[in-house]
Ligand binder design. Structure first.
Ligand SMILES: Cc1ncc(COP(=O)(O)O)c(C=O)c1O
Length: 508
């Protein structure tokens, strides 16, 4: 029996039995060997694209006996950056670089260079870092409905911290809900659960794994938005928080946050809006007249939010903001230690020492961009995205999923969309492959608003679809990997493949 046959048989079993059968099957040496050969074959197909430099550049597998002159080191860094720049600069990437203008980058670099030694852990040495971070949080809170929360009562005010990115913001918010539930005076929750739609970012799974929370994933409705009734039904007496996205990473749609937050409030539990992607877009989209449903702290049931400064906040990579309604919830995020011989210790986030320069550059980006800058940037992104969405919808073989504003996911009922993705990759594009259902998305950024970029995307997409219609399927490359990941019931096999892929990345 070969792998395909075992997989086909497993598919007919119920998922729990299939998982056990899978464990038993892969313990058979012959099956294991065949799997390993299969992994190697697949990874060999993509190795060249993740390791393009080969012997063309100097590499160091141990420290050079004598330090390399700085000019030479900088030349090496410049060369690599120069090779890599055109793809993202010309707008060939989905998301990834959200502003990318030369002047803007030079400005951020200047703020970074001036503050590269700053560590917010030493608040006495660098009170400037504290100032930057407190103001980043205040500006983000005010933008996300914090202004509407009246009064000076710290139990109600919108507060938060700066983190290293969307994932850390989400991890910390989930930890805060877990620890608050554990610390409750009344019925303490020791087996915490979080209810999230299937489309909420995978960082919630990471939080669940790291913090031993049960993540209850609820299938979304036909429009790819959270199903409020099903979410409501998934809440139990162990639920510590409910989650929604504004918008979701896969399909760029905004969950019905108002109803979800109300459902959480009815049960006396927290609600987290993941606005990592939309936090710095939706407030401005609304001001521009787009129909943006409630998603932020203006809704009384929303008790925490994540919003990424390093995406549409146009900061350098490495910052995000997590916000809470009231200081009490935030305090459950903090780490404090009172008995360590190294002294009294506290830190607000996961890291100990932190790059204060990233906070300085983030503050600089926000203050220099201002409301007028974010409005104009949002206007340009949404206009380009609308043109791209119309163009995709006009390709007969493709279909746009849901009703997105600027993250446009598409699939096909007639061609293999992963082969279309592969053809786009051959044309230089770096798009995101999605599954469940099989789809591809483009997250439109300021890079795509430059003249000709949207037109090039649509022309390449039409060309890619035509190529797929004309050519037989290849056995190697991206499409079979995505195809396998999407369909195979061997989830352990897919996990192994991903781990081997990470191993490959760390191979010098
Ligand atoms: C909706 C959403 N949440 C969370 C994240 C995670 O952000 P990060 O990659 O900065 O950790 C992303 C990233 O794209 C996202 O789109």
């Amino acid at each position: 029996m070969d792998i395909a046959e075992i997989a086909a048989r497993l598919e007919r079993l119920n998922p729990r039995v299939a998982a056990t059968a899978e464990r038993l099957a892969v313990a058979i040496p012959a099956v294991r060997a065949q799997l390993d050969r299969e992994y190697d074959r697949m990874l060999a197909g993509i190795e060249a694209s993740v390791k393009p430099y080969g012997g063309q550049v100097a590499s160091y597998l141990r420290l050079p006996p004598q330090g390399v002159p700085r000019d030479e080191v900088l030349r090496q860094v410049d060369d690599l950056a120069t090779w890599e720049r055109p793809r993202w600069q010309d707008g060939l990437a989905s998301g990834a670089v959200y502003h990318g203008g030369d002047d803007h980058i030079a400005f951020l670099n200047r703020a970074y260079a001036t503050t590269s030694q700053v560590n917010p852990l030493h608040a006495d040495l660098w009170p400037s870092a504290t100032k930057y971070e407190a103001e980043i949080v205040a500006m983000t809170a005010a933008m996300l409905g914090g202004d509407a929360v009246a009064g000076d009562d710290p139990r109600r005010q919108i507060v938060g911290t700066v983190t290293s990115g969307g994932t850390e913001s989400i991890l910390l918010a989930m930890k805060a809900y877990r620890d608050r539930a554990r610390a409750r005076a009344g019925r303490r929750i020791t087996r915490p659960e979080v209810v999230a739609p299937t489309t909420a970012h995978v960082a919630f799974d990471k939080a669940a794994q790291y913090f031993r929370i049960k993540l209850v994933r609820v299938p979304v409705a036909a429009d790819y938005r959270a199903d409020v009734g099903a979410m409501r039904r998934a809440i139990t007496r162990n639920t510590v928080a409910v989650v929604g996205s504004a918008p979701t990473f896969p399909h760029g749609v905004i969950d019905p946050i108002e109803d979800l937050a109300a459902a959480a409030a009815d049960r006396g539990i927290g609600f987290h809006t993941d606005a990592c992607l939309g936090g710095f877009v939706l407030p401005w989209a609304r001001r521009l007249g787009y129909d943006v449903p409630g998603f932020d702290f203006q809704l009384p049931g929303v008790t925490s939010m994540s919003a990424d400064t390093h995406k549409f906040g146009y900061a350098a990579k490495g910052t995000s903001v997590v916000l809470y309604r009231g200081t009490d919830l935030r305090s459950h995020q903090y780490f404090t230690a009172t008995e360590w011989p190294g002294g009294l210790y506290f830190s607000p986030t996961l890291a100990g020492s932190r790059p204060g320069a990233l906070s300085a550059a983030c503050w600089a980006a926000m203050v220099a961009t201002g409301e007028d800058g974010y409005l104009e940037a949002t206007r340009r992104v949404l206009q380009s995205a609308a043109a791209i969405r119309r163009g995709i919808a006009a390709i007969p073989q493709l279909r746009v999923l849901g009703d997105p504003l600027w993250v446009v996911a598409f699939t096909s009922d007639t061609v293999d969309v992963y082969r279309v993705l592969e053809q786009m990759t051959l044309r230089g594009w770096s798009l995101n492959g999605l599954h469940k259902p099989a789809a591809v998305h483009l997250c439109v950024t300021l890079r795509h608003t430059r003249p000709g970029v949207a037109e090039r995307f649509l022309a390449d997409l039409r060309g890619s679809v035509d190529e797929v219609l004309a050519l037989p399927a290849a056995k190697e490359g991206l499409a079979p990997v995505y195809g396998l990941a999407a369909t195979i019931p061997f989830r352990g096999m897919v996990r192994d493949l991903l781990k081997k892929y990470i191993d490959l990345l760390y191979r010098p």
